[in-house]
Design a protein around this ligand. Sequence first.
Ligand code: ADP
Ligand code: ADP
Length: 219
Amino acid sequence: MPVYVVLVGPPGAGKGTQAQAISAKLGLPHISSGDIFRENLKLQTELGQQAAAYMNRGELVPDDLTIAMIQERLSRPDCAPGALLDGFPRTPAQAEALNEMLGKFNGSVNAVPYINVPEAVLVERLTGRWTCRAAGHVYHEKFNPPQALGVCDVDGSELYQREDDKAETVTRRIRVYLEQTAPLIAYYQAAGVLMEVDGTQPIEQVTVDLLAAIAKATE
Ligand code: ADP
Ligand code: ADP
């Protein structure tokens, strides 16, 4: 049966960083809804253009667009073993839609690591984040700097600061998270799949804790 792991946590918790570290170890493709939207924007697709207005304001892209996009992505052959989801679901309606789609693949949400980071830490993390143009690899100017300034260690592409990582938009995104996404914590707790990980630890320690929690949930 396929295995589905859903990373939850506020913007800046370290979901993307951790997904990049554990995806190969779990043998699951890393599916980031934000990365897919940004890729669509780069390619100037209709979806990308529709999503951009919401993203730049720090608001959520409407559920119908987001759900259709993820459904298409999860149907591709590389998701046969399952997927490591980063940034989806972000609303209760998306979580319900995910359950329904996974049922069609004879699977379900197996583990939901919640990377817990207090709000006060998030702003500094996001305003110091640098992202790679080619593949979305993430760095932090203080906490996880690249070897060469402005260049991705993994693929040599240029690093840039996301438009929505400006302080003002970050504040909005955190508020949107608290209102619309945080209810998923209780939702997945009730389903018996939630596991909390302390996201304030060094990146490597968070990875160790995450892998242990996921192994326990999927054994
Ligand atoms: P998310 O995908 O949850 O928004 P990211 O993985 O992009 O979060 O991380 C946000 C920023 O914080 C990035 O600049 C990243 O380098 C940095 N970061 C991630 N994990 C940690 C950590 N454990 N300690 C310090 N900084 C971190
Ligand atoms: P972060 O890693 O900092 O949390 P993401 O890259 O996941 O940011 O998301 C960036 C933006 O993309 C969000 O602010 C939102 O506008 C849009 N987005 C990403 N995932 C979703 C989703 N599941 N539902 C609605 N909007 C989304």
